[in-house]
Design a protein around this ligand. Structure first.
Ligand code: ADP
Ligand code: ASP
Ligand code: MG
Length: 436
């Protein structure tokens, strides 16, 4: 059984929603994961923020604007009055819920309920559309099987245990529709898998049902060899290993949610990145194997803070790094990059929630330099230790740009550079011109 995920632009208009049946074959048993209509989650974020800041009027205005868009959407989606009425009821229900929150009782719990409405709307409307055109399908509520634990980690065994009986209930049904992104947390509350999380949903369902293949349908023909939003003339990559795809996703290739590769990798499920606007295009196949001895792609991750700890006590001191790492562990902050010398260690973080506490604790070890607005540039490919020349090619291409940190050799397929964000565009273009 395959899992097909369609992103926001792929369901972004009534026309696009209707065209999904060019890709979905209702004769095959499969699970279709849908994102919210593009722009909806951004609006829901704003609505949540308005409530959080106590601005109920702003929330009401944003809700009414979004509701109008959906009222127009359903007029184009449905042809028959009976189904248009059903569409109206769905919209009234979800927008009624959005309007009924009050400022006094608004916490992150209510905010997450708001964020969940986008995927609930898109899947329910699509389900009713399929009914109108006579294509049988079953709507699977993701909140009944998608779950994260107290560390926000998804629980694949739970997904398997809860989705299997749902699927078994409908042995004669082929098409199952479900929501991306949304889940329940360890308290049973409505939660989500972070922005872009529908990819993660698809991969988790794929793992949960030991699917034959997970297909991520989006608005571009696969993973490109550089960020197409910044660099002209980028090319799709036909094949990537799970490790390469995970590095690219984590270090900024927006086409994939950062964690979405891991469940598929663990259960060896091939992942295909495909283009809804050009379904015949080859796209990218992510499996255990990949082309050897090659630089494949470049990605960039902004919003990085670098911390340098300079300490004379580091000299000959065993246990120093452990004590440094313990500070980050205490504040649940993960480290992306690290470089060391005999007298200093530099590392980077992207979550600065606890930066003040971390800084205070690190001052016990020596002097600190903190640099904000940094970017990690990640060059991904197959360059094992016995291969040579890759680092030289990368550094030659960017010799005119100051580099804050370099990390190479952590794995066989990644070289990372830390630079100032203001140099990002130049470095991405320069690497592209020299490497590809
Ligand atoms: P969806 O809504 O379908 O999930 P996203 O917007 O999350 O789509 O991801 C697709 C977008 O990712 C593309 O339109 C493209 O602009 C962007 N992107 C960034 N880096 C890359 C890359 N290396 N290869 C392909 N797309 C990329
Ligand atoms: N709708 C969610 C978002 O915009 C999840 C997704 O599209 O993957 O982040
Ligand atoms: Mg996405």
């Amino acid at each position: 059984m395959k899992v097909l995920k369609f992103g926001g632009t792929s369901v972004g208009s009534p026309e696009r929603m209707k065209r999904l049946l060019d890709i979905i074959d209702p004769a095959q048993r499969q699970i279709v994961v849908l994102s919210a209509v593009s722009g909806t989650t951004n609006s829901l974020v704003q609505i949540g923020q308005a409530y959080l800041t106590g601005d109920k009027n702003k929330a009401a205005a944003l809700i009414s604007e979004l509701k109008n868009q959906y009222n127009i959407f359903i007029k184009e989606l449905f042809t028959k009055q009976e189904f248009l009425e059903q569409g109206k009821e769905i919209i009234d229900y979800h927008f009624g819920l959005l309007s009924n929150f009050s400022n006094d009782l608004f916490t992150s719990i209510e905010e997450k309920i708001i964020l969940a409405q986008g995927e609930l709307l898109s899947t329910t409307l699509y389900y009713v559309y399929l009914k109108e055109i006579g294509v049988p399908s079953v709507l699977l509520p993701a909140l009944d099987f998608m779950k994260i634990d107290e560390d926000n980690e998804p629980i694949v065994d739970y997904i398997t245990a809860h989705i299997t009986p749902l699927l078994n209930k409908y042995p004669d049904n082929n098409l199952f529709i479900t929501q991306g992104y949304i889940c329940r947390n360890s308290f049973g509350e409505v939660d989500n898998l972070r922005r872009g999380g529908s990819d993660y949903t698809a991969s988790l369902i794929g793992a949960g049902i030991r699917s034959d293949e997970v297909q991520i349908w989006t608005d571009i023909d696969g993973m490109h060899n550089n960020d197409p939003r910044i660099v002209k003339g980028t090319q799709p990559i036909a094949q990537l290993s799970f490790d390469e795809a995970a590095e690219l996703a984590y270090f900024g290739a927006k086409i994939l949610h950062p964690q979405s590769v891991f469940p598929a990798q663990k259960y060896k499920i091939p992942v295909r990145l495909l283009n809804t606007m050009d379904p015949k295009a080859q796209g990218t196949l992510i499996t255990n194997t990949s082309e050897k001895d090659k630089i494949k792609s470049i990605a960039a991750k902004d919003g990085i803070t670098a911390i340098k700890i300079q300490s004379s006590r580091m000299l000959l001191a065993h246990g120093f790094l452990r004590r440094v790492f313990e500070v980050f562990e205490r504040y649940k902050t993960s480290i992306d990059m690290i470089t060391t010398s005999e007298v200093a260690v530099s590392l980077t973080i992207d979550d600065t929630t606890h930066l003040d506490d971390i800084t205070a604790a690190l001052l016990a070890f020596g002097t600190l330099d903190i640099d904000r607005e940094q970017t990690i540039i990640c060059v991904v490919g197959d360059f094992g230790a016995e291969k040579h020349g890759y680092a030289a090619r990368v550094l030659e291409a960017i010799k005119h740009i100051p580099i804050r940190m370099i990390s190479y050799g952590g794995s066989d397929h990644n070289m990372s550079l830390l630079i100032q964000t203001t140099d990002k565009v130049e470095i991405l273009r320069s690497l592209h011109n020299r490497l590809f």
